[in-house]
Design a protein around this ligand. Structure first.
Ligand code: G4P
Length: 542
């Protein structure tokens, strides 16, 4: 820690405020119930009234090919990307991780800005493809995960079977905290294994679980009275699961190695409060972060943080953007001057935005763990660090090797320059990955197809370029690190056709298929082929 930081660190009020922050995201496969759960969580925070939030978002997400809808979607995702609300003495920042058809690199990056995640699993479907992908990303930072098994009000799979699948597929130890009694028509509630009580589910009543009946103790005669047919099974199962499963371990959870598991039904607002309580009790407050030169503690007084997402404004005539910025230490105050470290110059943050559940307000104050929106005209890029002057560079905003590729060329050959400029800027913004091959051919890479649609739309609207996009037979990309200049020159000569550079000029190998990649890796044992790259640098380089 610098001398200046030491002197001013650890003010009690800052410490207290940071300790009350919980910054998390919800990960799930489409349709598992993320939107529903989000809405119920916001209800607890008093952040929204029930009306229609879910419907509006669902309507927006279903139409992805229509330009107007994309615009609308972007608009919606601006306001709902971050939702801050207060609950039980805590300030909660819920970061949206778009996980639908609009699955994109944004999703990955958002997860670098959270301290914990809630994983929602549809109890009928079990672990699905996007859950696996998202969990892999959480794993990069050992993010603690709370699991919510949803839709117990339906005929679903047995709870043991689901836990086994989670453990096997996701390679994470499960510690059931609640256990369901029945399912579908005979869903009676969940038994809290740590608090030794049953929360009773009453079918057809969409009520908050605070109103639901609580029955303490497995031997409570009220259980026999209410569920004469099921009570024996309940007792056996609870005893069995207590013996057979791992007990919840806070340290293992916080290390990302064990997940506490809750069962419930989001749509009935059942079991949701347990998840919220787990977030408050167990999920970590903002932690120290690696800022390259040193680790930065959130209770240090000097202001620091980083940009993890850029959202271009709705109005194409004004090329202003909102940079989503996670405060890592100190305190944001309106009008403050900060150091923009990549550009090595001072910058004034005049009018930052705080994203409440349904509105944006002017930020008056933000501390570690909070997200503020900084309006700018392109000065801020993903991964940029701002500080009060100290040379720092926060780590962990990765670019992932894309899985989808198209080539791009202008319809009008005279617009080649504009196309290049537009793609350079959109690439820097992180909307898509742009690779330029020898001879100037441009290939776009993405992890979600919607990224291409948005780029095409924005190139037309903002840069006035109509481009032709054609499929290319590419499988994946790898960032290259060479041991020395001679190897690089040799590689460039021999592998020229598959060699490209990204927007920051890093060398990239574009593989046509899996075998092509494997063979090339074998041919060049001294060259590192990397599947991720940090903002502005190749991971593992140097
Ligand atoms: P997502 O954001 O993860 O994609 O999921 P979302 O919350 O939109 O929920 C997907 C579908 O699952 C919705 O139904 C929603 O109502 C339903 N759902 C969510 N939680 C529960 C639950 O606890 N029990 C049951 N039975 N269903 C649940 P839909 O058919 O898409 O819409 P709608 O016809 O219900 O409006």
């Amino acid at each position: 820690m610098s001398e200046a930081a030491k002197k001013t660190s650890a003010k009690p009020d800052l410490q207290r405020e940071v300790a009350a922050r919980r910054t998390f995201g919800i990960i799930s496969h489409p349709d598992a119930g993320k939107t529903t759960l989000t809405e119920k969580l916001l209800l607890y925070g008093g952040a929204i009234q029930l009306a229609g939030a879910v419907k509006a978002r669902r309507a927006a997400r279903h139409a992805t090919s229509d330009w107007m809808e994309i615009e609308k979607q972007r608009g919606i995702s601006v306001t709902s990307s971050v939702m801050q609300f207060d609950y039980a003495g805590h300030t909660i920042n819920l970061l949206d991780t778009p996980g639908h058809q609009d699955f994109s690199e944004d999703t990955y990056r958002v997860l670098t800005a959270v301290d914990a995640a809630v994983m929602v699993i549809d109890a009928a479907k079990g672990v699905e493809a996007q859950t696996i992908k998202l969990l892999e990303v959480c794993r990069l930072r050992n993010t603690p995960i709370i699991t919510f098994i949803n839709k117990l009000d339906r005929e679903v799979r047995g709870p043991l079977e689901i836990l086994e699948e989670v453990e096997e597929t996701l390679k994470i130890d499960c510690a059931p905290v609640t256990w369901p009694v029945g399912m579908g028509k005979t869903f009676r509630g969940v038994y809290h294994l740590l608090e030794d009580r049953l929360l009773r589910f009453t079918a057809g009543e969409q009520r908050a679980s605070t109103d639901a009946e609580l029955i303490s103790g497995l031997d409570n005669s009220r259980l026999d009275e209410l569920f004469p047919n099921e009570v024996d099974t309940l007792r056996d199962e609870v005893e069995l699961i207590r013996e057979a499963s791992s007990p919840f371990d806070l340290e293992l959870f916080q290390a990302g190695m064990q997940t506490p598991v809750f069962f419930g039904s989001a749509i009935n607002n059942f079991g949701v409060q347990d998840v919220l309580q787990a977030l408050l009790d167990w999920a970590p407050p903002p932690q120290p972060r690696d800022a390259g030169q040193r680790s930065v503690d959130p209770v240090e007084a000097p202001f620091t943080g980083f940009v993890f997402k850029i959202q271009a404004n709705m109005d194409p005539k004004h090329r202003d953007r909102i940079a989503f910025f996670r405060v890592c230490s100190g305190r944001y105050q309106p009008g403050m001057k900060v150091r923009h470290l990549r550009l090595d110059r001072e910058m004034r943050i005049g009018n930052a935005t705080t994203f409440m559940a349904n509105e944006r307000v002017r930020s008056e104050d933000a501390v570690g763990g909070d997200i503020i929106g900084i309006h700018n005209h392109g000065q801020l890029q993903i991964g940029d660090t701002l500080s009060d002057g100290e040379a720092l560079s926060f780590k962990g905003i990765p670019y992932f090797a894309p899985e989808l590729f198209v080539s791009a060329r202008p319809k009008d050959p005279f617009k080649a320059k504009q196309l290049q400029k537009g793609l350079q800027e959109l690439g820097e913004e992180g909307a898509v990955q742009v690779f330029t091959l020898a001879g100037g051919r441009i290939v776009l890479g993405a992890v979600g197809r919607l990224q291409f649609d948005i780029v095409a739309h924005r190139l037309k609207g903002e840069y006035n370029v109509d481009a032709v996009y054609e499929p290319v037979s590419m499988h994946t990309a790898r960032w290259l690190v060479f041991p020395d200049a001679a190897t690089r020159a040799d590689f460039e000569r021999k592998e020229n056709a598959a060699l490209a550079s990204d927007v920051d000029g890093n060398p990239v190998f574009l593989a046509t298929n899996k075998y092509n990649l494997e063979l090339t890796e074998e041919r060049w044992p001294d060259v590192a082929f990397l599947a991720t790259r940090e903002h502005g640098e190749v991971l593992g380089a140097g």
